[in-house]
Design a protein around this ligand. Structure first.
Ligand SMILES: Cc1cc2nc3c(=O)[nH]c(=O)nc-3n(C[C@H](O)[C@H](O)[C@H](O)COP(=O)(O)O)c2cc1C
Length: 356
């Protein structure tokens, strides 16, 4: 008998809250139950199947007979609880197709909008007026910034390998252009530079290309190698569509190219002892995601992004199960008619409106 290793206990007088953060379950224990749990934590061999509390603790998963494979973790428990506790969020039902997704999304919006939105204006006693922005030059970074938008319909047109090369080099590649820009303070092995800043210069984020329709590349998952500006094949495309891996967002099934952004936690553990560094992984992923989108926009492509990953499935596909490298985010691009929402959702909305 073992104690489930994914528990934390919160005191809440008069009881104790036992939180199974991996399986997203909470239990409130009274003194009798918490006393017995304390005894079993002290010595799991005291477990007695005839003892009603013991049987209930086993039934609830607080105790377990199965061997638990725990993820190696270099920081303290706090970031581990947050990372695992926000993974594989139970979804009552993952939409199986685009119509189901549209219904679920629209119902969710209706439910949310039934409650008034929080105030968005920051209150201030006095405002200092700023000059109006001057007109921005044509064909500049400014234009790209203005043109970037999230689209949710993509055409079946392929993205070229050249475009993919540009996208990956400018978002994730180690820039040859900066090789001579070496400062004597830079540590050997930590001197590679990307277009995005990186916490501690570690380049802890990495990228896996999801190929659905890229000319010259067979569909599947590829790891990007930033030093060599090259790809390596990891896995063929799964049988289920991309939307299934992204929590049922089926409108994205024909997205030609995407990037799973991962973080090498072991690199961050190595340099930063405190779990505050966990925050930096997401900040870095955000920089890379935005750069990817800006490059794609400059190439005349449209973009989409999500943090809603079906974690276990994505990890398996990227070959990262129980690994110190973990997927955090997804960003993709392709040719689009520029629609913000898929046709199926718009059709459903007008049907519902006409029924009211
Ligand atoms: C952290 C983050 C997560 C997002 N997740 C999703 C998502 O799961 N699905 C989706 O369709 N859009 C997602 N988006 C896109 C936003 O809905 C979009 O950025 C927002 O509506 C503003 O539109 P714009 O990007 O065109 O300016 C996400 C954006 C961010 C920054």
């Amino acid at each position: 008998m073992q104690i489930n290793p994914y528990l934390f206990i919160l005191p809440r007088t008069p009881g104790q809250i036992v939180w199974d953060y991996k399986n997203h379950k909470q239990f409130e224990l009274n003194l009798e139950y918490s006393t017995r749990l304390a005894q079993l934590i002290d010595d799991p061999e005291l477990y007695n199947s005839n003892h009603i509390i013991d049987a209930q603790l086993l039934n609830s998963g607080i105790l377990t007979t199965s061997t638990q494979h725990t993820l190696e973790w270099g920081w303290d428990e706090l970031s581990k609880i947050f990372h695992i506790g926000t993974k594989n969020i139970p979804c009552e039902h993952i939409p199986q197709d685009i119509h189901e997704w549209s219904r679920q999304y629209l119902d969710h919006c209706t439910e949310v909008l039934a409650v008034p939105a929080p105030d968005t204006e920051r209150l201030a006693c006095e405002l200092i007026a700023l000059p109006k922005p001057s007109r921005l030059p044509e064909d500049s970074l400014a234009n790209v910034l203005i043109s970037r938008k999230t689209c949710r319909t993509f055409t079946d047109e392929a993205v070229s390998l050249k475009e993919v090369g540009t996208l990956l080099y400018l978002s994730l590649g180690y820039l040859h252009e900066r090789e001579n820009d070496i400062d004597e303070t830079l540590v050997e092995g930590l001197d590679a530079r990307r277009s995005s800043p990186s916490g501690g210069g570690l380049n802890a984020c990495e990228g896996f290309l999801h190929v659905h329709n890229v000319s010259g590349l067979k569909p599947g998952l590829y790891a990007y190698h930033p030093t060599d500006h090259a790809l390596s094949f990891i896995n063929p495309a799964p049988d289920s569509p991309l939307g299934q891996l992204l929590c049922g967002q089926h409108f994205i099934n024909n997205l030609p190219a995407g990037l799973f952004i991962t973080a090498r936690f072991d690199k961050l553990w190595w340099k930063y002892e405190h779990s505050r560094a966990y925050r930096m992984a997401f900040v870095e992923a955000g920089h890379i995601s935005q750069t990817f989108q800006l490059v794609a926009t400059a190439l005349g492509l449209n973009t989409w992004l999500t943090g809603a990953l079906t974690d276990d499935q994505v990890e398996t596909l990227l070959g990262l199960e129980n690994n110190a490298e973990q997927p955090l985010f997804f960003v993709g691009c392709g040719h689009s008619d520029g629609q913000v929402m898929c046709k199926e959702l718009k059709d459903l909305l007008s049907t519902r409106e006409s029924q009211q």
